[in-house]
Design a protein around this ligand. Sequence first.
Ligand code: F6R
Length: 609
Amino acid sequence: MCGIVGYVGPRPALDVLVPGLEGLEYRGYDSAGVALIGSDGLAVTKTAGRMADLVSALESQPVQGSIGIGHTRWATHGAPTTGNAHPHRDCDGSVAVIHNGIVENWAALRQQLLATGHEFSSETDTEVIAHLIEERAGLSLADAVREVMKLAEGALAIAVVRTDEPDRIVAARRGSPLVIGRGQGENFLASDIPAFLKHTKNAIAVDDDRVVEMTADSVAITDLDGNPTPIAEREIEWDLEAAEKGGYSTFMLKEIYEQPTAITDTLRGRIDGTGRIEFSELDLDTKIVRMIDKVFVVACGTSYHAAMMAKYAIERWTRLPVEIDIASEFRYRDPVLDDRSLVIGISQSGETIDTLAAIRYAQAQGATVVGLSNVVDSALARDADAVIYTRSGPEIGVAATKTFTTQLVMLQLFGLYLAQQRGALDPGTVGNLVAAIQELPQTVERALKLEDQIREMTTEWSETRDFFFLGRAGDFPVAMEGALKLKEIAYVRAEGYPAGEMKHGPISLIEKGVVVIGVATDSHVRAKTLSNMEEMKARGGTIVMVVEEGDEDDVASVADHIIAVPDSPDLLCIVNAVVPLQFLAYHVATARSLDVDKPRNLAKTVTVE
Ligand code: F6R
């Protein structure tokens, strides 16, 4: 949660900080602020509300300096007020700190600092860092930050400026993302690359428990004892245009339309000329792949819906038993894990703290962890024993779209890879499914053509408050995802439910005015889902059926609306079926004039438990 940016160099720092923060608003947007060191010392400007409010404040009270830090906040400790907005200062105003994460022992540290006479001006956990640095005024800023990092518990990415070292920013990371952008005679830092991509493509991912000292001409990284550590710089392949809206009215719509390309990019290099699946980055011993006797998949939110699909795919194709868990629940049920367990952690951001905690727990029990992430060098990627990347490019809209469909594709491919490596499926079957997976960019492209039909359909629902999304087997995760998308961006009640379970209670909620969307693309269970939908129709529900092209006649008698998606074999059709439900949520939300890219109360990366 929260976005941080820093700049040192010859330009007016605000010219970098403000656009950088605007690009990071998806990480939190309840308040924002900047601190600059200029000829008049340290100036801090901050406001409750969005970046636009900060920009107005800076217009009415301009500040200057060519070194600065900036922050956009998603509140954890303390209400989203101007006083709680970052940066936070020490007692005499010579230190300014921005922070993403939570200082878990902040209450005890605050008590100690109050007892020694420090005065606090906010309710945040972050402010303790400013006062702890103030206490170490005799040390260099970097030494002070190293000491403070040893004292502070929890997830932190911080950046600090101090007036007696006006040429540098000192930053540190544990658990929350921090990337350095290396320029020519200028340097940048941020929670995420798009914040500085306009200025440089050279990025350095900072590891946990590292302290970065950055001037205009130098970047030095040490461990918490001050020992220099190697710097691995890499060139970012995507450009800023990829992180901007590219002509669409919202990031979410752009990202929905990017799905065919994202799937193509994700598949690139994963299938050789003979149809064999290869994961060159997957550093997983074949012996381990053969030895596994159980698979667990852990994830949160939309990524959990990908986990639901993974269970069907891996069990169906490898015959290995698969358990799936919402990551925040995993540790508490005392799962039975050992060195024959494979745990797949799915997180597009790779920074979701519950998922990280779940995989670390699994590793401690001896399990092998494979991470599936969209962000290169994310915490998940680094902590897992092996990693697979989706290659969706940056996803700015808070609602996951292209990262979800690429997760589905990668998990299908990974399920087939396990089957291939373990000899669980005959090569011909693997080959046919792989060939069908390679068709998915085209089938998804065709599914995108459904937008007009869906926009038209949703005009009837501007006042509708209740939606159900029903499905069985592989269609059930699609239903769950359809409901989550609608809830999160359109703020209406939407339940995803197994179609066959409705009669055990929720059917009492069905009456005239309730919209029931039945997903029935899986031929194994289609007839049963259809009878459940007849039950919903009999109780007055408005029925929408999502089926494969060619199956429209079978559902004509029950459906008020039919959405026909391109067919793909086995579980692959799930990828096509998700697309119209993304549009459905999108158009219900935009018809209500809601900000689909930044739905209320949400943040793109969830780094709190
Ligand atoms: C929904 C959504 C969230 C995320 C969840 C996990 O559209 O985006 O439910 O899926 O917060 O995020 P990652 O995948 O980054 O771990």
